[in-house]
Design a binder for this molecule. Structure first.
Ligand SMILES: NC(=O)c1ccc[n+]([C@@H]2O[C@H](COP(=O)([O-])OP(=O)(O)OC[C@H]3O[C@@H](n4cnc5c(N)ncnc54)[C@H](O)[C@@H]3O)[C@@H](O)[C@H]2O)c1
Length: 264
């Protein structure tokens, strides 16, 4: 049994997980938590040295993978299935922040890299996971989006765009993939104390912002992956249990008094 905080035994023992961006930060934290719950973990990262060290420490595997490359994502999933027999959980978590603006400083290569890792990386990871998960009777995919996927983020508009993309993707495939036994969720953390916020850490703290701990974000991941739900985007805020964000419904078409659709 598990509670929303994910602190109680999760019931995931014996499963096989693939974690992208597992060399440090949220990915490392989730890999360690999963391993402590009896899950066999295959870590992927572009940082081979750190990724291999975490894998060794938790008795898991490592396969180098740049998530912005479809063939590398497919190869990493194939290596997971070959080494551990199946794939039950994919944590599509690798990501970067660039702070790119769309003014005269716009840099096309940096934009493509950010979209390639943060959005393509989730699309490719989900695509690569689909066939083996379905063949194995189903599974859980959790993508790391961000609060930047739910609110506007002027400080990094490209990040906001790709994280909104992840939210849209998860809400789309999360509706239909349960037909094949595959649940798809996103976690949407606020600012957390990892390397990615290092450039703005002091400014955030001076501004009175409380940073999430890695452990709190891993709790949210555990809540999502054990929830049995799909197409949900779990916001993560300091001091609160993660919960699915309630999107406001779109008002229906306007009609006149006779119930006929309104015409301009
Ligand atoms: N820390 C935060 O405040 C915060 C908040 C919301 C969402 N996020 C998201 O959480 C995820 C994890 O970030 P983190 O905070 O743990 O940062 P992090 O920098 O500590 O970890 C990111 C990991 O991703 C790896 N990575 C980068 N590019 C990669 C690629 N092309 N292929 C494979 N691996 C790659 C890095 O080597 C690193 O190990 C990211 O998607 C990030 O956007 C972070």
């Amino acid at each position: 049994m598990t509670d929303l905080a994910g602190k109680v035994a999760s019931g995931l023992a014996g499963k096989v997980a693939w974690v992208t961006g597992g060399a440090q930060g949220f990915g490392e934290g989730a890999a360690r938590r999963l391993a402590s719950e009896g899950v066999t973990v295959m870590i992927s990262d572009i940082n081979e040295t750190a990724g291999r060290a975490v894998a060794k420490d938790i008795g898991g595997g490592f396969v180098a993978c740049d998530v912005s490359d479809l063939d590398q994502c497919k190869a990493a999933v194939a290596a997971t299935v070959e080494e551990f027999g199946t794939l039950d959980i994919s944590f599509l978590n690798a990501g970067i922040a660039t702070g790119d603006q769309l003014d005269d400083s716009f840099d096309l290569a940096s934009y493509r890299r950010a979209m390639g890792i943060n959005l393509d990386g989730v699309v490719f990871g989900a695509h690569a996971s689909y066939r083996p998960m379905r063949a194995g009777g189903g599974g859980d995919i959790v993508a790391t989006a961000s609060l930047a996927g739910l609110v506007g983020t002027a400080f990094d508009p490209v990040y906001g765009a790709n994280k909104h993309g992840v939210v849209g993707l998860v809400r789309a495939i999360g509706e239909s993939w349960p037909n094949d036994g595959i649940r798809v969720n996103a976690i949407c953390p606020g600012f957390a104390d990892t390397a990615i916020v290092e450039p703005m850490r002091d400014v955030l703290i001076a501004g009175g912002i409380t940073l999430l701990t890695v452990d709190a974000v891993v709790d949210a991941f555990m809540a999502a992956v054990t929830s049995g739900r799909s197409a949900e985007c779990w916001y993560v805020q300091p001091g609160r249990s993660a919960e699915p964000f309630r999107f406001r419904g779109i008002p229906g078409p306007r009609t006149d008094e006779q119930g006929v659709s309104y015409r301009e």
